[in-house]
Design a binder for this molecule. Structure first.
Ligand code: ATP
Length: 306
């Protein structure tokens, strides 16, 4: 029976591999389908970064015409400051980061960097000026050193190590038997969401862009990982014009301004303390989250000490 079973099992394996390959190809075509929508204008100039000051001016956006996502958003990120965008799930927070990176163009209004409309500059120069730490970083099937060095291919081993340390992931990498030569990605060591995000932060520290977009991971992280990520983000965002898309509120306390998005509009704005005093939507979200994390800590204590 085993003689029949083994080849059948193997065929099953090959079939699954091919299926997976097909879905990847489908994904690729979906991406290719999208790409031509955004093109450089004839005569587009390279972005000239001075501040940099990022400005959203009455921005309206939808993916599908019958469902508006952003209904007229205005805010400014002053040079070197940090603005955090918070709000309920689906409010349009990540959409704001996608528009700043120009994955899509605004429908109405405009986004400028140092007064230049994103649609008037070359995409290459725009993306060179922005470091994006996405929610879910895709790692290459290569070593962890390669994945960090991707931020600046000419970086030395020492610079890669330094970036990893600043991103609070150096210690973890050094504890692996093969250290920086450990293969990661789908075919190597699978990193947790928090570890992947710190690899992305190390990559961005090496790239050293003047503007930063941090799209915080949605998933809940344990409090140690949360702290590590917070310190890594503090390092990378110091003196950079930073837009934080916060799904968990943990990184927003020190932001220069917090923008609370609801239903595609700005419902409230201000510092953490002012918004708490206001007792509005932000205060509600903050209290709910605190209760949830306290409950989780209680569960942890019970689990550790039965
Ligand atoms: P979360 O905190 O859950 O990540 P969010 O505030 O970041 O939410 P967005 O990702 O900006 O929300 O999405 C806003 C809305 O736009 C959602 O209702 C989502 O379903 C929709 N949306 C996002 N991407 C697309 C897309 N490519 N095509 C169509 N609709 C989309």
């Amino acid at each position: 029976l085993m003689q029949i079973y083994r080849p059948l099992n193997f065929i099953g394996f090959v079939y699954r591999e091919i299926r997976q390959g097909l879905t990847d190809i489908e994904e690729m075509f979906k991406l290719l389908d999208r790409a031509p929508e955004i093109q450089d204008k004839p005569g587009a100039k390279p972005l000239s970064v001075t501040g940099p000051v990022v400005k959203f001016d009455d921005v309206k956006f939808h993916y599908d015409a019958d469902r508006p996502i952003l209904k007229g958003i205005s805010f400014e990120v002053p040079a070197g400051k940090t603005i955090a965008v918070v709000g309920p799930s689906g409010a349009g927070k990540s959409t704001i980061s996608r528009l700043l990176y120009r994955f899509y163009d605004v429908i109405e209004g405009k986004i400028t960097i140092d007064g230049q409309d994103l649609r008037d500059v070359t995409q290459e120069s725009l993306r060179a000026a922005i470091g994006m730490v996405p929610q879910d970083t895709v790692l290459f099937n290569d070593t962890i050193a390669y994945n960090i060095r991707y931020g600046r291919p000419g970086a030395t081993d020492e610079e890669v190590r330094k970036a990893a340390e600043l991103a609070q992931i150096g210690h973890f990498i050094e504890s692996l038997p093969k250290g920086y030569d450990t293969p990661v990605g789908e075919r190597g060591l699978k990193l947790s969401g928090g570890e992947k995000q710190r690899v992305a932060i190390a990559r961005t520290i090496l790239k050293g862009p003047p503007i930063l977009i941090l799209d915080e991971a949605t998933s809940a992280l344990d409090s140690k990982t949360e702290e590590d990520i917070k310190s890594a983000l503090d390092v990378v965002s110091a003196n950079r014009t930073t837009l934080v898309i916060a799904h968990r509120l943990s990184t927003v306390v020190n932001a220069d301004e917090i923008i609370v998005l609801r239903d595609g509009q700005i419902a409230e704005r201000g510092t953490h303390h002012r918004l708490l005093v206001k007792q509005g939507l932000y205060a509600q979200m903050w209290n709910r989250q605190r209760e949830a994390s306290e409950a989780e800590e209680r569960m942890q204590r019970v689990a550790n000490d039965p």
